[in-house]
Design a protein around this ligand. Sequence first.
Ligand SMILES: Cc1ncc(COP(=O)(O)O)c(C=O)c1O
Length: 383
Amino acid sequence: MTTTPTPAKSVPFGNLKAHYQDYKQQLDAAVNRVLASGHYILGKELDAFEDQFAAFLGLPEKRVVGCASGTDAIYLALLDAGVKTGDEILVVAHTAVPTICAIAKTGATPIFIDVCPDTLVMDPKDLEAKITKNTKVIIPVHLYGQMVDMDAVMQVATKHKLVVLEDCAQATGATYKGKAAGTIGDYGAFSFYPSKNLGAFGDGGAVSCNSDKAYESLKMLRNYGQSKRYHHDEFGVNSRLDEMQAAILSAQLPYVKEWNDKRRKLAALYTKLLKDVVETPVEAKDNFHVYHLYVIQTDKREELREWLEAEASIQALIHYPIPAHLQKAYQHLGNKRGFLPKTEYMADRILSLPMHQGLTEDDVEYVCHKIKEFIGSKTGSKV
Ligand SMILES: Cc1ncc(COP(=O)(O)O)c(C=O)c1O
């Protein structure tokens, strides 16, 4: 006898309002502490968060610099690496477009790399053919919460003397062979956008680095190039993680491991219930995937997404429907459809199901039940 799980309900993609209620006491205490302090920019809350986040990553103190967003984290790291107009940066087109915005802001050119068709992250085998005398940096994007094959990336980078900047915006807490995202390359760029695995209540980001020199320089770059008050040693911008967001992040950091474990448990349940009906995410060997997003693949992506929304009040999203090389803003680079076959094929098939630490097993069962209902009404087999 089959049982029908849970009566009809709605499953939004995320629920930050409920997240605030769940952690209200800790969050309110952090905000009130900052409000009462009279100090809102570059103070002890930021110093504390930077060192706590470094420890979370397994790094010593003075290896993390907070900044205003994940986009700025990439931009600041590129500036620190000396990237300038005319340089070329190897990066996937299958990423959140801000990765590319940060490159464009330096004047450098993104050179697009295809993805592995199973894990959907950068295929290191596509790197060497695209290296020229202008290549300066490789940006492996640890998309959806899973890291790129970093041994292969580091091998190419070492051979060609390239800088490696890990885009860890979606991978806080992910590991590769036991090493945390953001600790293998020269730099790691983190986003604390509210829905990320560790999210601020506003914008925020951080750069991790591997030397005192980079740490000191990044601190100047984010603060008008200032070494001390009114002494500007280099070019810089205003990109600081404010005291309020730093306190909010410190209040939540102790829970990130537990939240990531919960995401992994929910992902395992999705996979168990869906593996015979759609393509489920592939976890590469030696990877601790933290499921910022749970992404399935199906030829009936559009139909399924619309049906879930209309018939079952389930919100599923697409990350990302148009690869960066096909975006209007980057047409001047001259990359046409057909340039990245694996990226283009999968961009039409991916669908992100609801995933966040507040989601319940009941929610997952309901989503899977509805997907099976849709598929049953179509073919009765994988779509
Ligand atoms: C892979 C990736 N890189 C960079 C960013 C940019 O981060 P932010 O929105 O904090 O600027 C994001 C966030 O959407 C992202 O997902």
